[in-house]
Design a binder for this molecule. Structure first.
Ligand code: BG6
Length: 503
């Protein structure tokens, strides 16, 4: 065992996240860095023998992960404890100390219902479970949702501050663990050719879509949770705003975690939502009704288990936002997310401006002035040759479109693309997000985790959007499952700005 070995303790050890994501990720880490994981301890309220716990996990694993888990399994244990019960946490402290790696670093993963987060942190602290001694560090990974608005997030942050140092807290957003999301940093700040163009002078618009085909069928209690949460808070507040901050941030002066996170916070603080007058047209929300996805009939949102029949929760959001900085001026950032859409994909599309003087494909009878006027008025929309498409998932890659001359006597320009495909280039699948994030937490690298002020800045914007929806009485529209959402969202594009990319 190396000195850097650590114990990983998962509260909510028998839950969905632990079985589907954390255990496979830990098994992969164990192969990647043998000796790093001294033991994994699943915690749940009911007693369960270690052997039964191991068998449950093995039964859930995909066949290709079982081999890796077999090597880890003898170091996987189960201990009962209740975070709301102090005496059970006292017992747990002793139990953990006796398991392999009990006196080394320890990573607690709170894969718990949101309302257990506060008692868990307090309970761990009161029972002395987060006290650090020498090399025996104690870190706490917290799953989303971190609060449900600015006020609750602030209260949680203040509570956490009482018991833990900020450097002990790892607030997770699994999008940051995705290889292609991290590549946004690499792509922007390793290549000198894009950065000079990365501003309002050259970029006309940025659009971003996180489309999902799934509805609520992701586990017990999901419908009720989602009904209380909605798409804006479930996906936009965290995952999409993380994408926005990586796309829009200023270049960091180093890879220091605080430097990177500070530049991301700057973006979130400068994010504007449509003003009250614009909200009705530029802050679209909707919910799916019954329809067909992947050839199967599916129920509408209000008929999903756990969802109130008169629910007004949104499962679809489309917003026209802006970032009030010198770099971005009035460049629109169009954000769209929906459940039960026809296709699962996440993508960022950067539309570059038209050349200041277009020599080619200009309609013959227009002089310079008429031509410019026509461009501005929204005519001649086809004159936009340069588009950069950053494909986050599932077909990870980057595509740059530009105009080339079609063969023939006329100067006729047609689109061509330069295409980078992740699987083709590296001959492998991108690793799972949780693998990278857990490993970083074990190494003590917080770069890909959210800082307290980052979470609060994101909630401040989300609260403003929700208040805008209410003030402008923005209706919750309907769209049949398996369609691209309400047509009202098409109006977010003005003039020649184009239309939503459907992957
Ligand atoms: C979760 C949301 O954070 O992300 C879910 O709560 C959503 O509603 C999921 O389905 C999407 O993650 P991914 O990695 O499949 O895009």
């Amino acid at each position: 065992m190396t000195a850097a070995a650590a114990q990983v303790v998962i509260f909510g050890g028998t839950g969905d996240l632990s079985r589907r994501k954390l255990m496979p990720a830990l098994a992969a880490i164990d192969q990647q860095e043998p000796g790093r994981i001294a033991s994994v301890v699943g915690i749940g309220r009911r007693p369960k023998p270690d052997a039964a716990f191991r068998a449950d996990i093995t039964g859930d694993l995909a066949p290709d992960v079982r081999g890796a888990f077999t090597a880890l399994a003898p170091r996987v244990f189960y201990r009962p404890a209740d975070v709301a019960d102090r005496s059970s946490l006292d017992t747990l402290e002793r139990a953990l100390a006796e398991l392999p790696g009990g006196d080394v670093g320890r990573l607690y993963y709170l894969a718990l219902e949101a309302d257990l987060f506060e008692p868990a942190v307090r309970g761990l602290a009161d029972a002395g479970l987060v006290a650090e001694r020498g090399d025996a560090w104690r870190r706490v990974v917290v799953e989303k949702p971190f609060g449900h608005d600015l006020e609750s997030a602030r209260a949680l942050n203040r509570m956490v501050e009482q018991y833990l140092r900020e450097s002990q807290v790892y607030r997770i957003d699994h999008y940051l663990g995705k290889e292609t999301v991290q590549n946004l940093l690499g792509f922007r700040f390793h290549n000198a050719i894009f950065e000079p163009l990365w501003n309002a002078h050259h970029i006309e618009l940025v659009q971003m879509t996180v489309a999902e085909t799934v509805g609520m069928g992701l586990g017990k209690g999901r419908g009720q949770f989602y009904d209380e949460t909605g798409g804006l808070r479930d996906m936009v507040q965290n995952h999409m705003l993380q994408l926005v901050s990586l796309i829009a941030m200023e270049p960091p002066s180093s890879l220091d975690p605080e430097e990177i996170r500070s530049r991301k916070v700057d973006v979130l603080r400068a994010l504007r939502c449509p003003d009250p007058d614009g909200m009705l047209a530029e802050g679209v929300r909707a919910r799916y009704v019954a329809g067909e996805v992947d050839g199967k009939r599916v129920a509408g949102f209000r008929s999903e288990e756990g969802v109130a029949p008169e629910s007004t929760t949104e499962t679809y959001v489309a917003l026209r936002a802006e970032i009030g900085t010198w770099r971005w001026g009035e460049v629109p950032f169009l954000l769209r997310h929906g459940k039960r859409l026809p296709k699962r994909f996440t993508e960022v599309v950067v539309h570059f401006r038209t050349p200041p003087l277009s020599l080619f494909d200009r309609p013959g009878d227009l002089d310079d002035i008429a031509y410019r006027r026509a461009l501005r008025s929204g005519a001649l929309c086809e004159m936009r040759p340069n588009v950069l498409r950053l494909r986050i998932q599932p077909s990870e890659g980057i595509e740059l479109t530009f105009g080339v001359k079609a063969p023939g006597a006329a100067m006729r320009m047609v689109p061509a693309t330069l295409d980078f495909d992740y699987r083709e280039r590296f001959g492998t699948e991108p690793p799972e997000a949780y693998q990278r994030l857990l490993l970083d937490a074990l190494h003590g690298d917080p770069t890909l985790f959210l800082r307290a002020d980052e979470i609060e800045a994101a909630w401040r914007w989300v609260d403003a959007v929700r208040a805008g929806w209410e003030r402008a009485r923005v209706p919750v529209l309907e769209y049949p499952a398996g369609t691209w959402g309400p047509t009202e969202a098409d109006q977010l594009f003005h003039g020649c700005e184009g239309s939503w990319s459907n992957g």
